[in-house]
Design a protein around this ligand. Structure first.
Ligand code: GLU
Length: 302
């Protein structure tokens, strides 16, 4: 642990006991981003990485835990399928319709791959596509909650993405870091794991500042921490930077969900996190009675 005592309020033993409780987690949401699912050189799907992810999740499921996967990659997969890979979907010149069309192609491909891989490990995968309205609208939220509950009862693995094909700026959540925390809050998960192309939270961007220190545990998500997220991961694929990860941490911890950010370089990190090994940055849950999920989601991008 390199973080100074300014960042953490707990002593070493207390921190270890917080890590230990990760062994007991029963309902786990795992988020993986586009940059972790595609090859940097070509933008094509990284099937080996996907397969490892599915195998890990299937094994966690086989341990009797409930698993929900929040996955990006629809737009990336769609762009490649229709040979638009060199066009950045987040550039201003590209129309929303192109992005949405790519998502329509790509989401089907993405799900086809997950179905196939999960079936190989004898798991049932179920697709759930959401927008902001799924949470803001009371009836939609109630229905979505019930659907998740039934799927988990059936032993299925919900595979969630934003419904990019219909979600415009106004009704879009915008990034899957935030989406995964919203899902974790909605289903009353006890752990959210964000798999990313970074090791966790640093005091500054480690690629530009050699003095940036790694933070192993965040006990309280103060304004000081929220400020650290202003720099992005710099990834050109996907939409999540550190800022969105800290928004996710806010939603998760306020909703009583512990959250870990870890590097997806080695997917085996999932097992190590659940074995309470010191991987990534752990954000400790502190339920905030004043946190109102529908209100928070409704005010995104306003
Ligand atoms: N929903 C988008 C996709 O599947 C990705 C959003 C994100 O990466 O945060 O392509």
């Amino acid at each position: 642990m390199e973080g100074g005592d300014k960042e953490v309020e707990m002593d070493g033993n207390e921190m270890e006991s917080v890590r230990e409780r990760l062994k007991e987690k029963k309902r786990i949401v795992v988020k993986i981003g586009s940059s972790s699912l595609t090859h940097r050189e070509t933008g094509d799907m990284d099937y080996i990485r996907m397969e490892k992810l599915v195998r890990e999740l299937s094994d966690i499921r086989n341990q009797g835990k409930e698993v929900i996967l929040v996955t990006s990659g629809a737009i990336a997969a769609g762009k490649n399928a229709v040979n638009l890979r060199d066009i950045r979907v987040d550039s201003q010149t590209e129309s929303l319709a192109v992005k949405q069309a790519c998502a329509a192609v790509g989401q089907a491909r993405l799900m086809m791959t997950y179905q196939k891989l999960f079936a190989e490990y004898n798991q049932v995968a179920a697709q759930i596509l959401m927008t902001k309205n799924t949470i803001v609208d009371n009836l939609n939220r109630y229905n979505a909650h019930n659907t998740f509950s039934e799927l988990l009862k059936m032993g299925a693995i919900p595979v969630v993405n934003e419904n990019d094909t219909v979600a415009t700026y106004e009704i879009g959540i915008g990034d899957n870091d935030t989406l995964s925390a919203i899902v974790a809050a909605l289903v009353e998960a006890d752990l959210l794991i964000l798999l990313s192309d970074i090791d966790g939270l640093y005091t500054d961007d480690p690629r530009t500042n050699p003095d940036a220190r790694f933070i192993e545990q965040v006990d309280r998500l103060t304004e000081e921490f929220m400020e650290m997220g202003k720099a992005s991961t710099g990834s050109s694929i996907g939409t999540g930077g550190m800022n969105t990860k800290l928004t996710a941490a806010k939603i998760a911890t306020s909703s009583n969900v512990d959250m870990v950010i870890a590097n997806s370089r080695d997917i085996g990190v999932l097992h190590r996190i659940l074995a309470a090994e010191k991987e990534g940055t752990l954000f400790v849950a502190h339920q905030d009675e004043n946190f109102d999920l529908p209100y928070f989601v409704g005010s995104l991008h306003m």
